[in-house]
Design a protein around this ligand. Structure first.
Ligand SMILES: Cc1cc2nc3c(=O)[nH]c(=O)nc-3n(C[C@H](O)[C@H](O)[C@H](O)COP(=O)(O)OP(=O)(O)OC[C@H]3O[C@@H](n4cnc5c(N)ncnc54)[C@H](O)[C@@H]3O)c2cc1C
Length: 469
């Protein structure tokens, strides 16, 4: 059934006339996500302010068999938040309160529309509601942490620079309040570390909005460390940098973050106002954080510096203070946006490979770039083997977008061929569902579809995502 005038009136009654968009021009804002590769317009967007309002909206959709698409900030890079079959977009952005900071239990309870960085800001007294620095932060920190929401992070099981040590989003979620597709409100998990029985939070995290709408989450928070050391290393070859990554990890040291950027990426960053003084002549750089006690970080940093030098780094620098380290990290976190300085358009790839295969993968990405005639920048979470090849192309040239997508496809197939996967953190979404069969047998895909149908028997939750039809 389509969306009738009566349904719109009912939705307006639930959320109020200031919290609904039906105007065709205004709906354009919601037809894309962060990738801008495809567009699909919703019929209506609602902005509920409470779980109860979400439940009532969802109930209307259930009764009328209308697709429901949860949406946070729309920074998804896989077409995840696109309403492929139209329907109701439920934007969680007005459910943006930090509800509780519980240091004794090391948890923060937040609404789904809270921006990722706001959790750490609240813990560090940067948020007006909490005037005391509690000495804690939320460790799952995607590059988009200044804009993406906790609900979006959970739904895509986002990764980030500190995930090498602390795990991805799912490892930092203890409880979830969700609205099921029939409008029932359920809570899974709690404040305890482990729950017996099936891991429902694990199943819902990364389910890309295909099972339920997340409205609240209980997050794990971790304490600040006494000492953090940041190391910057520059290499004349990407392969040497890749080898250094493997050698650091196999040495038994676990840095909290281990990031890679190649020459194109560094030059794009340094061309912008957020340049961090990164070496623009290097073919590749690594940015590494270790944290712990002062003697511990001193020893680990010295060992890492030795490994970097013996792996061919021509420059290794220990940040002289936090201000310098923050400049480097800030520069890293601007990398995607900085691509605008070196090309009119780009596609953000996202694949994962076994870390040992880093040098081979980087070599093959360059070959694929040459084959298609595109420059490809590389910025990625090297510690997790999570690659982000950024394929630079020009939308104005006929056929370039299609060829750029083909190049991305080939890179992802290469990742699978060498033992990796088609996504590390950006989700399967709409763009990559044709590749999921490379990873799973029909039996495995059916197991997943059966799990989805337990929650979503009518198939109204974010249809057209993850699974090929
Ligand atoms: C510059 C940039 C840097 C990025 N860096 C990273 C990175 O380092 N790591 C990483 O993992 N990702 C990264 N991303 C991708 C993106 O930011 C993440 O996928 C993020 O988790 C999406 O959050 P969002 O609030 O924007 O969600 P949206 O894009 O709005 O939605 C993402 C998905 O979640 C669903 N969804 C959203 N909210 C809910 C909810 N409350 N309930 C149910 N379903 C919901 C949507 O339907 C969609 O499928 C980056 C993106 C950009 C543009």
């Amino acid at each position: 059934m389509g969306i009738t005038k009566d349904i719109i009136t009912e939705l307006e009654r639930i959320v109020g006339s200031n919290n609904i968009i039906t105007d065709d021009v205004e709906l354009t804002v919601y037809e894309a996500d962060g990738s801008f590769v495809y567009t699909a317009k919703p019929d209506v967007v609602v902005f509920p302010r409470s779980t109860e309002e979400v439940a009532k909206v969802v109930r209307v959709a259930w009764e009328n068999r209308i697709p429901i698409i949860g949406r946070g900030s729309g920074t998804s890079l896989s077409g995840g938040a696109l309403p492929i079959e139209g329907g109701i977009v439920i934007s969680l952005t007005r459910m943006n309160r930090v509800l509780e900071l519980d240091v004794e239990n090391e948890t923060a309870t937040v609404e789904a529309g809270v921006i990722n960085l706001w959790v750490s800001d609240a813990l560090a007294k940067l948020n007006y509601q909490y005037p005391i620095d509690l000495g804690y932060y939320f460790p799952a920190d995607p590059g988009s942490q200044r804009v993406s929401t906790i609900g979006g992070n959970i739904s895509h099981n986002a990764g980030g620079v500190k995930c090498f040590k602390y795990g991805v989003t799912v490892n930092n979620v203890r409880g979830l309040k969700v609205v099921l597709p029939n409008g029932e409100v359920r809570f899974f998990g709690g404040k305890v570390v482990e729950n017996p029985g099936y891991d429902v939070i694990g199943i819902m995290s990364g389910s890309e909005g295909t099972m339920a709408i997340v409205t609240e989450a209980v997050l794990r928070i971790v304490s600040n460390y006494e000492s953090v050391k940041t190391i910057l290393a520059a290499f004349n070859s990407v392969e040497d940098a890749g080898t250094a990554v493997s050698r650091i990890i196999s040495s038994g040291i676990r840095p909290v973050a281990l990031e890679f950027m190649d020459k194109i990426a560094v030059n794009a960053i340094e061309a912008g106002p957020w340049g961090g003084g990164l070496p623009t002549d290097a073919e590749a750089i690594l940015l590494i954080d270790v944290e712990g006690s002062e003697p511990g970080t001193n020893a680990e940093a010295s060992r890492i510096i030795e490994i970097l030098k013996s792996s061919g780094a021509y420059m290794v620098k220990l940040a002289k203070d936090r201000a310098e380290a923050n400049r480097w990290w800030n520069a890293r976190k601007q990398a995607f946006g900085a691509m605008g300085f070196v090309g009119p358009n780009y596609i953000t790839g996202d694949g994962t490979i076994p870390r040992k295969k880093l040098p081979e993968a980087l070599h093959r990405i360059r070959e694929i770039g040459n084959k298609y005639g595109f420059r490809i920048a590389n910025v990625f979470h090297a510690g997790d083997g999570n690659l982000h090849p950024l394929i630079l192309y020009d939308e104005r040239r006929p056929g370039e977008r299609e060829r750029a997508l083909q190049a991305e496809d080939e890179i992802l197939r290469m990742c699978v061929e060498i033992g990796g996967t088609i996504t590390g953190e950006h989700g399967v979404g709409y763009y990559k569902k044709h590749l999921i069969g490379l990873l799973y047998t029909d039996y495995e895909l059916n197991v997943m579809k059966n799990i989805k149908s337990v929650f979503d028997p009518l198939g109204i939750m974010n249809p057209g995502k993850i699974f090929p039809r």
